[in-house]
Write a protein that binds this ligand. Structure first.
Ligand code: HEC
Length: 195
């Protein structure tokens, strides 16, 4: 029994490595289910560059990726990047959306808690990203910092090439209004992030 499990565990990556085109194997292994279509495996220019260099992206390539992604950020037409932190908290703590079993008509969550600590009261959070507890307090409650927070959520790779953070605005995961709420969660002095 033990043998079978072990063999299965290491044979899978070996099979992928042994094929000349891992992408084809991936594509053949998945099928469309609901809103989760196989075309999610198609990489855009940024993702393809990040895959090419994997962990060690050369500095000049990183700079190009950041510049290209910076250009994609669309700030709200009314110039206001701050919404309601209470709404932002609900979005940050929700992992709903974009899965085959989710209704695509409903708004998606930001799932921020899966990678970031956001408040002192939180008992469960992921650590792939840095803790955002006291983000506004530590960085300063300035307009420039509000703009940075909004832009970071819109397109994380504008500031950090090949980041593991989803590009929420760029890939239309969150709406403009939702990103405003999340920005307020990080930047409102009354938000639990800054308490
Ligand atoms: C899959 C993991 C993941 C998710 C989900 C995620 N992030 Fe991140 N985030 C990261 C990582 C990794 C970094 C550090 C690298 C970087 O700066 O991109 C980061 C960095 C950040 C930063 C910059 C911190 C700094 O010191 O300047 C902010 C702000 C941020 N995330 C906010 C959010 C918000 C808000 C959400 C939810 C809407 C979110 N993140 C969702 C992984 C994630």
């Amino acid at each position: 029994m033990k043998m079978t499990i072990l063999a299965a565990a290491w044979m899978v990556p070996l099979a992928v490595l042994a094929t000349p085109n891992a992408e084809e194997v991936m594509k053949a292994s998945f099928k469309d289910r609901g809103q989760a279509k196989v075309d999610r495996l198609n990489q855009d220019e940024t993702q393809a560059a990040c895959s090419k260099y994997f962990a060690a992206v050369p500095k000049d390539v990183a700079k190009k990726i950041e510049a290209a992604n910076l250009k994609t950020i669309k700030y709200p037409a009314d110039g206001k990047v701050m919404g309601d932190w209470k709404e932002g908290e609900r979005i940050a703590q929700s992992g709903v959306g974009k899965q085959f079993s989710d209704n695509p008509a409903n708004p998606a969550g930001g799932n921020c808690y899966a990678c970031h600590q956001l408040s002192k009261a939180e008992i469960s959070f992921g650590t792939i990203g840095p803790s955002l507890y006291n983000f506004g307090k530590l960085r300063g409650f300035t307009e420039a910092m509000q703009k940075y927070a909004y832009g970071k959520v819109y397109n994380a790779q504008a500031y950090s090439a090949c980041s593991n953070m989803p590009r929420f605005g760029h890939n239309q995961i969150l709406t403009e209004q939702q990103m405003k709420h999340v920005t307020a969660l990080l930047m409102d002095p009354d938000s639990p992030v800054n308490k």
